[in-house]
Design a protein around this ligand. Structure first.
Ligand code: GAL
Length: 659
């Protein structure tokens, strides 16, 4: 069970190293990510490497039995790169070049940047290949976090090559992009530019392809470094830290290229459902690991420094957040960063060792967490089994949130997170799955606002339902093909037959608008928001109805028996009462029940080991004591329980052998 964080000894006088290592031992730290932003220290001048400080850190950490997740240090190029090669700096959509002085100031398509990065990585890999502290490589850092896309001329040329490769002929590009509209027909690939600032809406497929291209360019940077490491240290696992809650790259395309899926997650202090938000991201991380264990690479002990108001965590919150990630498949909890910085842009960001030192609440909680994680060692390698899959797709998200859509009020993950949170409230865990993947083994698949689907992805859902599965599709799904071209014949395009419905018009609501949702007898269930549509059933039956608004009498929820399964369609963004009703209907029909009933505010997830041992994680996010009907040995308290009683804010990991 991994415990530790980013360790940046270059920020401190050399003598601090020994104090740090002693404190790490005291806290139970066993893995640190060293030198993520240390390029300027490793290579202060081109081709002049100074690694003595890193040698000392690696040796000291190894001496204390602490493993190193060694960074390739390429996430922030040193000032000399920008000074000598200003063309490596990124350019925004207006053509303005960004300056150095923060971090990640590079164009991902820059051959100079890529070459310089590989040279540094080669030097690091040669130097530390045999070092006993080296346990894992940490390539880059949060790729595309700040510079998601670069619009410079180097990127433009690379984009044209990428398009040539993808389409083969300019005619095929014209067809895919729908360039007969607004006189955009290209005669040659050389005429194509990235979607820079334009007088009106840029061509949406050009925009989509540029997102795909940019994701691929960042991936190529990662792969360039990974290949060096693979050649020089074939046995050392390689990771790069993802941001599963962001849409900067297509993480499905990345996840096959890492040996360990690792993720960073920071709680939005003011988020009304921050625990649900955390849980969703953790489930996305497990999805990227294809259900296997993953690593929480970064979170925070307390406040961050980049939100409008950076709320300190309450006592016990850091432990609950750590356990919530573990419950959902993480085999470790690491943090940004070990020692709180004295200077620089992140000096107000919390750390394991705060400015005030070790006689502090935060450090005491760090020590407690370290001890607890050691007790949770038996959990390592166990996995989460669920009946419910939720289809999530980064590319579909880019399309859903594109320009000039029916409404600006659909946020791609909004409906997904709403459904996920309601399942979590009931103690039902959700897997996050890539569209098109085999859904065998699940009872229910959720398909929220999946605006863009390929024929193959739609066919996989139909197969699932034909074979007895249940599927719940929501509004603004199935509308366009992989080129963002509308599927003709009525909405929701790809899913009309599966759902037994057709809409002739999409009728989003005005800002703040609401419609009444009733059952078929007219009893009020709740309200719908954001979206309605002029939907007719062609085989499905209405279950809930939009009683007023633009399309009074049209269905809010339909149900359609197909093959040996059932498909459901939700035509509006449900309020809390309506989402409860929708899932009451769908879960009952699909036969999905939680492992145990839980009170509101109690998180409940079961991990199971290959030898048939269950680890039931229970996290009480409420201010009151609760009792849950789970019995076994609680690895947190070390006591046998049954039922399990959790004090306000308490946690338990109840272990039992499944007969
Ligand atoms: C992450 C990043 C870290 C640190 C942290 C602060 O995005 O990887 O280097 O900046 O945020 O919350």
């Amino acid at each position: 069970m991994r415990f530790g964080g980013d360790y940046n000894p270059e920020q401190w006088p050399p003598a601090t190293l020994h104090e740090d290592v002693d404190l790490m031992k005291r806290a139970g730290v066993n893995l640190v990510t060293v030198g993520v932003f240390s390029w300027a220290w490793c290579e202060p001048r081109p081709d002049e490497f100074e690694l003595d400080w890193l040698d000392r850190a690696m040796d000291a950490l190894h001496g204390a039995g602490i493993g190193v997740d060694l960074a390739t240090a390429t996430a922030s190029p040193p000032p000399w790169l920008a000074a000598r090669h200003p063309e490596t700096l990124p350019v925004d959509a207006t053509g303005a070049r960004l300056w150095p002085g923060s971090r990640q100031a590079y164009c991902p398509s820059s051959p100079v940047f890529r070459d310089r990065a590989r040279r540094l990585v080669t030097r690091l890999a040669e130097r530390y290949a045999e070092h006993p502290a080296l346990e894992m490589w940490h390539v880059g850092n949060e790729y595309a976090c700040h510079v998601t896309q670069c619009w410079c001329d180097v990127s433009a040329a690379a984009f044209r090559s990428w398009l040539r490769e993808r389409y083969g002929s300019v005619e095929a590009l014209n067809e895919a992009w729908g360039t007969s509209f607004w006189s955009q027909r290209y005669d040659d690939f050389d005429e194509v530019v990235p979607p820079r600032l334009t007088p009106s809406f840029v061509n949406p497929t050009q925009r989509l392809d540029f997102r795909r291209f940019s994701s691929d360019e960042h991936l190529a940077c990662y792969l360039g470094e990974r290949d060096v490491l693979r050649r020089l240290t074939p046995d050392v696992p390689i990771t790069t830290n993802f941001m599963a809650n962001r849409d900067v790259v297509d993480y499905w395309a990345w996840s096959d290229h890492v040996d360990v899926v690792s993720n960073d997650h920071y709680v939005q202090g003011e988020h009304p459902r921050k625990e649900a938000d955390l849980a969703f991201t953790a489930d996305v991380s497990r999805g990227l690991a294809r259900g296997g264990p993953w690593l929480l690479m970064e979170h925070s002990t307390s406040a961050v420094n980049w939100q409008p108001r950076n709320l300190a965590k309450r006592p016990g919150e850091m432990l609950r957040h750590s356990l919530a990630h573990l419950a959902r498949g993480a085999d470790g909890a690491l943090f940004f960063q070990w020692r709180q910085s004295r200077a620089g842009a992140e000096k107000y960001h919390s750390a394991l060792v705060p400015h005030a030192g070790t006689e502090t609440r935060v450090f005491r909680e760090v020590e407690r967490l370290g001890a607890l994680l050691a007790d949770l060692e038996p959990v390592v390698g166990s996995t989460v089994a669920t009946d419910v899959a939720l289809l999530l797709d980064w590319q579909a998200g880019w399309v859903c949130e594109g320009d000039a859509t029916p409404t600006c009020d659909v946020a791609y993950r909004d409906c997904a997170q709403l459904l996920h949170a309601e399942l979590m409230r009931r103690g039902i865990t959700t897997d996050v799955v890539r569209p098109g993947e085999d859904l065998g083994g699940y009872r229910l698949a959720l398909v929220p606002t999946l605006t863009m689907v390929t024929d193959a992805q739609a066919a996989a859902l139909t197969d699932f339902v034909d074979g007895g599965g249940h599927v719940l599709v929501t509004y603004f799904s199935g509308i366009v093909d992989e080129h963002d071209r509308v599927r003709l014949g009525g909405y929701p395009g790809a899913f009309r037959d599966l759902l037994g419905v057709v809409s002739e018009e999409l009728c989003p609501l005005p800002a703040g608008g609401a419609v009444t949702v009733t059952d078929t007898s007219g009893a009020v269930v709740g309200s719908g928001h954001v979206w309605t549509e002029d939907l007719q059933v062609t085989g499905a039956e209405p279950v809930l109805v939009l009683a007023d608004g633009p399309v009074p009498g049209r269905p809010a929820l339909t149900r359609h028996e197909v093959g040996s399964g059932t498909s459901w369609y939700l035509t509006t963004r449900p309020d809390d009462r309506t989402v409860v009703r929708v899932l009451d209907e769908v879960l009952a029909a699909a036969g999905v029940v939680p492992p145990v009933p839980v009170p509101d505010g109690v998180e409940s997830v079961v991990r199971r080991s290959a030898d048939g041992r269950d680890f039931h994680f229970l996290i009480n996010h409420t201010d009151g004591e609760v009792e849950v009907p789970v019995s076994g040995t609680d690895l947190v308290s070390g006591r046998d329980t049954g039922p399990t009683v959790l004090p306000a804010g308490g946690v338990a990991v109840v272990s039992r052998t499944v007969p």
